[in-house]
Design a protein around this ligand. Structure first.
Ligand SMILES: [Zn+2]
Length: 242
């Protein structure tokens, strides 16, 4: 669906993939689950585009629920897949740190894992080749996406700022819908390696001044990056106080 000029989303509030559409072509942010492939083709068609218009995929980090069709589009359509070097091994199936115990509610948790299974998330296809995306770099892709390091959820987590779309894509740097509890609103994301670091990293988003804050999980947020970060910090304080 089209969110705004230059900005499309496929998937849903459980797992989302974003497309940036400019005169130069299409940049994809995250690759969701394998089963999002057909939605990708349908969305491109609705935009008057084809896979040949896709110039690159940028992964916000290397977790399986963001890798979906990345290897497929890389291998079969020669689309480069960018990831921060600190998460490249994870995107290729390397080890990831064990997380602390998560708070969860059964219904929301089953919803997340059920959707993941239906979309082929049980069989992650890891990448065999990636291109480095480093902090501060502006990639030569549609929308001139700029990389902002956002370590915490994983060491190589990044946000991507696309000025033409007035958007910053934050992956699992924050969420607007907790996949394990179902609670909505900007808040820290679950399965985070280093929660305190993830929270502190969000400050790096503020200079973008972006209207759209687009997480990998949860509803798109269009009330500005400042309000989103403030809400996450508030949610983290109340969780810690509880
Ligand atoms: Zn995720």
């Amino acid at each position: 669906m089209k969110l705004a000029p230059h900005l499309h989303r496929i998937g849903n509030d459980i797992v989302a993939v974003y497309l940036v559409d400019t005169d130069e072509g299409v940049t994809i942010i995250d690759a969701g689950l394998a089963g999002h492939w057909r939605e990708l083709l349908a969305e491109l068609a609705s935009m008057g585009r084809t896979l040949a218009d896709v110039k690159g995929v940028i992964l916000t980090h290397g977790d399986g629920d963001h890798l979906g069709f990345a290897e497929r589009i890389r291998r079969d359509h020669r689309v480069p897949v960018f990831v921060h070097p600190a998460d490249a091994a994870r995107a290729k199936g390397g080890p990831k740190p064990a997380n602390a115990k998560q708070r969860m509610r059964l219904g929301a948790t089953l919803g997340f894992f059920g959707y993941t299974l239906r979309k082929g998330g049980a069989r992650t296809t890891y990448l065999t080749s990636t291109v480095d995306a480093r902090d501060g770099e502006t990639l030569a892709l549609p929308g001139s996406p700029r990389i902002i390091a956002l370590p915490g959820h994983s060491e190589g987590s990044i946000a991507i700022h696309v000025p033409i779309a007035d958007a910053v894509f934050v992956g699992d740097g924050l969420t607007t819908r907790h996949v394990l509890t179902g609670s909505s609103g900007p808040q820290p994301a679950p399965f985070t390696d280093e929660p305190a670091q993830a929270l502190a990293s969000l400050r790096a988003l503020l200079p973008t001044g972006a209207t759209w804050v687009l997480p990998g999980h949860g509803a798109p947020w269009n009330r500005g990056v400042e309000a989103a970060v403030a809400a996450v910090e508030k949610a983290a304080r109340s969780t810690n106080a509880a």
